[in-house]
Ligand binder design. Structure first.
Ligand code: BDR
Ligand code: CA
Length: 306
């Protein structure tokens, strides 16, 4: 497995993805976006995670706001006011680096050609990085993005928009237009790959410190899902991470051109997929349609030390 550079806005499912990454391969750094909660919290949460995994993974703070418009929503109702379930963890020991996340993305991709870039939050840092250095896509072997809702089944107030794309549509537009090829793990494939509640609870009960940690931070999200009558454990960013680590787990994918709606009255932030190839544009996205659920489960288990 190639080393990973992870752009993220932790975030409960980001946390699981970060644990998974550290359990399976080298993590060159965590570049931090605002999204689920404000940047102050997402940076701190990343530092908390670095303490937990016990590896000296550098944390780089990135952009505090989207590129153009201020966000219309956050995800406090899912992830808690602090983004990690409001558990009240002590001040983490790991410190954030001085270098800006955008500079770190440019430097680390130069130092480690062939790395896999995994984007688990709004794409603000990545968009700015590619604007600063348009050659960035040439030295990224693979980009895996968690984002979008490919048939319009979104999870935000603007119905067809998924959170990561809806939070900063202009950034997503820049990234989708600049990278000739990326893997897209959208919200809909995530919904098709939820875990059985009892099975997941069994992993959490295994007693590893990572499982205990996740059990704690998962409380708010679990209550939110229960209130919505949702069964099963949805792990969006963990699915994207699993695909980044083990591309062979993908059982079906579709190569299509994907664009981002920037103006729609009801649809700003929607991902528009050219399903019937009418635009004549080359496919930029490999849309993951399904994965081997048992393999995904095994990777989550290992992330939790179960
Ligand atoms: C995405 O939004 C965030 O709340 C999650 O961490 C995930 O990255 C799902 O739409
Ligand atoms: Ca996220």
């Amino acid at each position: 497995t190639p080393p990973l550079l992870i752009d993220t806005d932790p975030g409960v499912d980001d946390a699981l993805a970060i644990l998974m990454a550290h359990a399976h391969t080298d993590v060159l750094g965590l570049t931090i976006a605002a999204g689920n909660v404000g940047l102050r919290h997402t940076v701190r949460n990343a530092r908390t995670l670095v303490d937990l995994v016990g590896k000296p993974t550098p944390v780089f703070a990135g952009c505090p706001t989207p590129l153009v418009r201020l966000p219309e929503e956050d995800a406090v109702h899912v992830h808690g006011a602090d983004g990690l379930g409001d558990v009240g963890f002590a001040e983490p020991k790991a410190v954030a680096a001085d270098e800006h996340a955008v500079q770190a993305i440019l430097r680390l991709t130069r130092e480690h050609p062939g790395l896999t870039l995994v984007a688990l939050g709004p794409l603000t840092n990545l968009a700015l990085a590619v604007r600063l250095d348009p050659t960035l896509p040439q030295r990224v072997e693979r980009l895996v993005i968690m984002g979008g809702a490919v048939t319009g089944l979104g999870n935000t107030g603007r119905i067809p928009a998924e959170f990561n794309i809806g939070f900063d549509p202009e950034a997503a537009h820049v990234v989708f237009e600049s990278f000739p090829r990326f893997d897209l793990v959208d919200w809909e494939v995530v919904l098709r790959h939820a875990f059985d509640d009892d099975e997941f609870n069994g992993w959490l009960a295994a007693g590893d410190p990572r499982a205990t940690f996740f059990e704690q931070v998962f409380g708010t999200a679990r209550a939110f899902n229960a209130k919505r009558g949702r069964r099963g454990v949805i792990a969006a960013d963990a699915l994207a991470m699993a695909v980044a680590i083990d591309p062979a787990m993908v059982t079906r994918m579709e190569e299509r051109h994907v664009a981002v709606e920037l103006d729609g009255r009801l649809t700003r932030g929607a991902t528009v997929v050219d399903w019937s190839a009418r635009l004549g544009k080359p496919a930029n996205a490999r849309i993951v349609m399904s994965v081997d659920q048992a393999r995904f489960g095994a990777m989550v288990r290992r992330a939790l030390g179960a």
